[in-house]
Write a protein of this length. Sequence first.
Length: 161
Amino acid sequence: MAANNSFYHLTAKTPKGDTIAMGDFKDKVVLIVNTATKCGLSSQFEGLEALHQKYRDKGLIVLSFPCNQFGNQEPETNDTLEKACQINYGVTFQLTEKCDVNGSDTHPVFKYLKKELGGLLGSKIKWNFTKFLIDKNGKPYKRFSPITKPDAIEKHINKLL
């Protein structure tokens, strides 16, 4: 059953263009977040990094999908994203290349997550730092609003680990 899971068939690209296979995250808890470095919520990078540091050895994967669809708050390019996140926020978790989370060019990972876990705006992503928690079997577990701080998700991560 988990081997046939739709989530595990999805891929993303790193900012350098290498493939990230969601299938590599079988038996892991995955936290997917659409991010932006110039957003008023960008201090959440630090909370996401704290979760990454605390739980990565227990099976948590934090995956950031930079997006410029909300107020043009992600001015970085794929060439500068990782360095900007490392220098400004201490980020060591995995980033993807910039992508869209709404509209005709929505990244396949977000198409899937929005279909599985609709939000207050139906399937649309409302703003930067919308978070999706996926269980160890690749099943979307819970969607969190942009204003939900990473530490508020910790109890759910513990439950799934």
